[in-house]
Design a binder for this molecule. Structure first.
Ligand code: FAD
Length: 508
């Protein structure tokens, strides 16, 4: 590694001498001369689109948008910027589906790469003993679901919403109700093709270029652009049983959730929601019934016809057997059977509804936290007892995951304990409202939650975090900061990539 870095240092210096006279205004024409299979767009509509994201709060206009047709287009663009050297301020952001919250996929005055335009490799499913699918980094998970189901297979680990790209979720973690068993999506990848911050195209896996492989997983786009991924698959059910029950007692609720994630065979998916005085317009997100109070658990189990693998499936009586061990309010048991696609793509149904009411493209001041198991009761007492008065602005998710399913060689940061909870405050802010559903109110509530976690020293880590200073990032990464920084100096030494994360200023 030392040799590697030294090599870069020499290159670095020669770039300074040759390229010192570059000014930002001459860069577009030099970009325009790049031989590309796809194209660079400087059109206002494209720039505007690339300056927005789901969070709807941050907007940074790029100078150009690349619509690549091949990996070489991406490599050539990065290499071009790399060759401009440290005197150039040009940065590059991969944009998946733009569902970040704080401008993470934006590049102020730089180049945004529209990853969805790259259609190579074509999705290819291998359905042998250890099935997998090869996909492009810009592929949407929903498309992967439909393609793999044609073979009776599907990825093992999901996010709650499928209209996100592979590169986008693998740069974070990709967590949902299957993570307790399979780990997050970053634990379900066999290999990647990555274009580093020097424009080099590298294939990596656990066995080959392992350092880059683990850097990129959960790496917030800092070390390279994922252009291709091999994702593990499993036999997929056609129908699933979806069970929801309600709890009035938080301790009983978490005890049951933890028991279920330990008895790995009971259910395939475990998530929970917190409901407090819920009345608002956004109150039905992800739920088709509206129970009174205050905590709801959502469990999923497979039903009969699913058999593709010979794996044992839960029969009705088995489901009932597992339910008898749980301490929910008996009258609140709600069971339904839906197709696997309808279950996995459930948030999209809500998206369509919210879009029709003009409530999708509004600010989303979300707060996602990983909370150590030993602190979850304390957290709940203060946050659900005193700080959050109602959950009308959007769902509050809460469920435990096993740290043993997370690979500590990846870049993602999690709490110290063996089990930690994902608690996600997924609020939508009504534009121009000054009330409890307005942006200011929700942001100040988030601030109070974070201040409490800090004051009470709960050992919480933010997921999909956003910070404004490098010092805050340093604290976020804790002991992992040094390795994160070192990886950056190797794979993206000029800090060209993913500037919207605000971790490394251009040229560190
Ligand atoms: P973008 O927003 O486009 O990009 C995110 C970051 O990744 C940026 O820094 C970008 O530069 C980088 N990036 C994008 N593509 C690549 C690539 N190919 N290579 C390298 N870097 C890249 N997350 C969960 O874990 N679990 C959930 O259940 C979940 N549910 C969600 C539901 C909704 C409605 C939304 C909006 C988000 C949800 N998320 C969830 C968060 C989501 O996983 C992240 O915001 C993710 O980054 C979005 O993917 P994207 O394709 O839109 O990425």
């Amino acid at each position: 590694n030392i040799m590697f870095i030294r090599g870069f240092m020499i290159l670095f210096l020669s770039c300074i001498t040759i390229r010192l006279n570059f000014s930002i205004s001459t860069i577009p024409s030099s970009l325009k001369t790049l031989p590309l299979e796809g194209h660079l767009s400087f059109a206002e509509a494209d720039l505007k689109h690339a300056a927005r994201d789901f969070g709807n709060r941050y907007q940074s206009h790029p100078m150009a948008v690349l619509h690549p047709k091949s990996v070489s287009d991406i490599a050539a663009t990065i290499k071009h910027v790399w060759n401009l050297g440290p005197s150039s301020h040009l940065t590059i952001a991969a944009r998946g589906h733009g569902h970040s919250l704080h401008g993470q996929a934006q590049a102020h005055g730089g180049v945004v790469i529209n990853m969805e335009s790259i259609k190579v490799p074509q999705m290819q499913v291998y359905s042998g003993e250890f099935p997998y699918v090869d996909v492009s980094g810009g592929e949407l998970w929903v498309n992967i679901l439909h393609e793999t189901l044609r073979f009776g297979l599907a990825p093992r680990s999901w996010t709650d919403y499928l209209h996100l790209t592979v590169g986008g979720t693998l740069s974070n973690a990709g967590v949902s109700g299957q993570a307790f068993r399979h780990g997050p999506q970053i634990s379900n990848v066999q290999k990647l093709e990555v274009v580093t911050g020097t424009g080099e195209v590298v294939n990596c896996s656990d066995e080959k270029n392992g350092e880059l492989f683990y850097s990129v997983l959960g790496g917030l786009g800092q070390f390279g652009i994922i252009t291709r991924a091999r994702i593990f698959l499993e036999p997929a059910p056609t129908m699933v049983k979806w069970i929801r029950v309600l709890y009035a007692d938080f301790t009983a609720f978490t005890r049951d959730q933890e028991q279920l994630i330990f008895s790995q065979k009971a259910f395939d998916y475990i998530e929970g929601f917190v409901i407090i005085n819920r009345t608002g317009l956004l109150n039905n997100w992800r739920l088709s019934f509206n129970p009174q109070d205050p905590v709801e658990a959502s469990l999923l189990s497979r039903t009969g016809q699913i058999l593709q693998s010979g794996r044992k499936l839960c029969s009705k009586s088995e489901v009932e057997k597992h339910l008898t061990h749980l301490n929910y309010i008996p009258s609140t048991l709600f069971q339904t059977e839906v197709t696997y696609v309808d279950f996995l793509d459930r948030v999209h149904i809500t998206e369509v509804k919210l879009r029709s009411k003009g409530l999708w493209d509004i600010p989303h001041p979300w707060l996602n936290l990983f909370i150590p198991q030993s602190k979850i009761q304390k957290f709940a007492k203060e946050v659900f007892g005193n700080i959050v008065r109602e959950t009308s602005n959007g769902p509050v998710l809460i469920y435990p995951v096993n740290k043993s399913k997370w690979d500590n060689r990846t870049s993602v940061v999690t709490p110290e304990e063996d089990i930690f909870y994902l608690v996600a405050f997924l609020a939508s802010a009504i534009p121009s409202s000054n009330g409890p559903d307005g942006l200011e109110h929700i942001l100040s509530q988030n601030k109070r939650i974070l201040e409490y976690c800090e004051r009470a020293q709960l050992g919480v880590k933010q997921y999909l975090a956003h910070y404004t200073t490098q010092e805050q990032w340093r604290v976020h990464f804790g002991p992992q900061w040094e390795i994160f920084q070192q990886r950056k100096s190797v794979y993206d030494p000029l800090a060209i990539l993913a500037p919207g994360q605000g971790i490394f200023p251009k040229s560190i």
